[in-house]
Design a protein around this ligand. Sequence first.
Ligand SMILES: Nc1nc2c(c(=O)[nH]1)N[C@H]1C(S)=C(S)[C@@H](COP(=O)(O)OP(=O)(O)OC[C@H]3O[C@@H](n4cnc5c(=O)[nH]c(N)nc54)[C@H](O)[C@@H]3O)O[C@H]1N2
Ligand SMILES: Nc1nc2c(c(=O)[nH]1)N[C@H]1C(S)=C(S)[C@@H](COP(=O)(O)OP(=O)(O)OC[C@H]3O[C@@H](n4cnc5c(=O)[nH]c(N)nc54)[C@H](O)[C@@H]3O)O[C@H]1N2
Ligand code: SF4
Ligand SMILES: [Mo]
Length: 658
Amino acid sequence: MSIEYKLCACPLDCYDVCSMKAEIIDGKATKLEGNKEHPITQGIICEKGRKHIERMYSPMRIKQPMKKENGGFVEISWDEALDTITSKLNHYIDNYGTQSIAQYNDGGAGGLLKNVENLFFDYLGNVTLFKGSLCWGAGIAAQQSDFGGVKGHTPEDILNANTIIIWGRNIAETNMHLVPFIREAREQGAKVVLIDPIKTATTAISDFHIQLKPGGDAAFALAAAKYMIENNSYDEDFVSDNTMGFNEIKVYTESLNYEDLFEICDSDIDSVKRFVGLLANKPAAIYIGYGVQRYNAGGVTVRAIDMLGALAGNIGISGGGINYANKIYGELINWQAVAPMVKPQHRYIAKAKLSTELAELDNPKVKAIFISRSNPAVQVPNSMGVVASINKVEFKVVLDYFMTDTAELADIVLPVTYFMEETDIIYSSMWNGCLFYNEKLVERYYQSKPEYEIYGLLADRMGISEFPKMNELQWINKLLGDVSRNDIDIEQLKADTYTFARGAKTIPWSDYKFKTASGKFEFIDALSLGKFMKNSKKDEDGYFRLLTVHARESLHSQHFMTSNVRQPEVYICKADAEHLNVNDKELVNLQNQFGSIIAEISISNKIQKGVLYMKEGWWFKNGGSVNALTSHEISDIGNQATYNECLLKIIKLGANNE
Ligand SMILES: Nc1nc2c(c(=O)[nH]1)N[C@H]1C(S)=C(S)[C@@H](COP(=O)(O)OP(=O)(O)OC[C@H]3O[C@@H](n4cnc5c(=O)[nH]c(N)nc54)[C@H](O)[C@@H]3O)O[C@H]1N2
Ligand SMILES: Nc1nc2c(c(=O)[nH]1)N[C@H]1C(S)=C(S)[C@@H](COP(=O)(O)OP(=O)(O)OC[C@H]3O[C@@H](n4cnc5c(=O)[nH]c(N)nc54)[C@H](O)[C@@H]3O)O[C@H]1N2
Ligand code: SF4
Ligand SMILES: [Mo]
């Protein structure tokens, strides 16, 4: 019997990128636990991480390619699958041009080589791709405008903060390795402010919870800015030396009155005073989550939060920062080294608009779509429209491990390898800035293949001779091996259990050289703020606002696959439940112009009046995706999905809808 212990990292689309230790007995993975040596993830992994082995060896995994036949699926060989795809692609390209081919993918699992699939489509020509984001797009665009880049502080720097402001991030459930750092900071005396419309699990690590009305954050930020400017409690030196646009903010906030602002955000002057006092107790570290920007005004909201950070001079200093993400990999990964010489002019539609725009595209219509590392039937807003639009595409290929709701729509399903079955580099731009070398630890499951190999085989058949033919290590070396660019030596990366990427262990903007056109931090303009104020109206009577938050127990839809729960739960406050005459555990119909789902009432003291919340990620077989109810509208900037702009009615089952 051979027993080996190997380190690897969790590739799930998560802030944390846990370092893990795998036990391999006779070539089979038998146990996975946290690696205690890692300074950030410190030996703890979450329940999703603990499920990797079960999922990798799950009998539900797809063993070999499959094609749809008579409404069901039959197993076929790789040759048949790839030959079919090749002849379809050639047919569509010859008759309708390359733009009739679409590719949709997301971050279902991270890994440098997972992105090689994009290259295939670059080599194919001008195809149809998806822009924007389901995830963080408005906030990224906001910080690009304000700072000229999106950078985060090294995780342990939070220990230097006097105040920690958690703005719409459910750290206890979505970013759990930040919790020990916050606990330690609190033990040293730091105060923690949480701003979230829900009393989430994160309230347990906070001192002061500001429970605003959903979407009201920019109004609260404006009230705080107004108060700081009126009382001269902003950092005049920072503002005059390093920012642009302050006077416009000053004049604009002077024109506002607190009553209007408090009506939008449902707060009061005492909360503002207390908040401003804590923000001014420098250094104050702000951690923004992605829930705040899943709104029409998502960009304005993040820019308004940035405005407060700048007014307080909490930028470029240890223990401070406005941490949203840490986008450092664009500079590290050298796609130029493998990219085609000619940059194709792809055609783009916003991801969030898949439900409407995919089927509407013309000249040419989309004839074939490739979907990978994602489950759009469940995760993209307006699910009913998404399913109908995908169904209208003649030829659909899905790459996944499991028969998801999206894979069910495919004509061909291709089985991909699990992370322990392939060599890759794992990293995330969300928070933990470590790079990990994940070595192949176990044999591939049945006939599964990694994406770079699948697309290599397809490139051969399509006659794309420029597509690089390389093994995993060669790919990694090409993309990441330029030491002058990265300070990263691949041999060292292999030997080390983790490596901090360049830019991961820094205090961003400490040189005050911002990457904006002016070289300064640029305040949001009064016009955008004015638009926000004008559009902020009360939700219509009789309608509830639904927030669809990320679940502790599942990474989006992935871990709900085996859930036995038949119906999603909808959380509602006692007063609203009484008013509607619905009881705990009662099944109700949630309904709006996009669709309807049946959900189980859960009366909760975590939620305010007029607001509901549900966990995103439910499969159709679990009673339906919450996205049957969400809108395909996009945010002000960044083409971000606006999941939290969801208004609906609760209808008692059996009651007349009207
Ligand atoms: N367990 C688990 N962890 C995950 C994920 C997962 O699915 N499961 N997904 C990963 C991914 S891809 C992402 S993008 C991140 C997301 O991580 P988070 O940003 O933490 O998660 P969200 O659920 O999008 O929203 C965070 C919070 O925003 C709050 N919120 C909603 N509307 C508003 C508002 O108007 N104002 C304020 N202040 N707060 C608001 C919600 O109540 C929620 O508590 O998590 C990552 N980690
Ligand atoms: N209502 C609502 N909807 C949301 C959100 C919300 O807050 N509310 N959040 C949004 C956010 S932040 C995000 S990031 C998106 C996520 O949207 P998706 O990325 O579409 O969500 P997942 O459910 O993680 O689906 C990933 C799929 O990829 C497969 N997969 C995993 N690893 C691999 C691999 O190596 N190769 C291939 N080919 N497939 C693989 C998994 O089995 C799974 O089926 O969802 C968004 N949807
Ligand atoms: S999902 Fe996130 S917290 Fe859980 S093991 Fe993976 S990286 Fe760690
Ligand atoms: Mo995300």
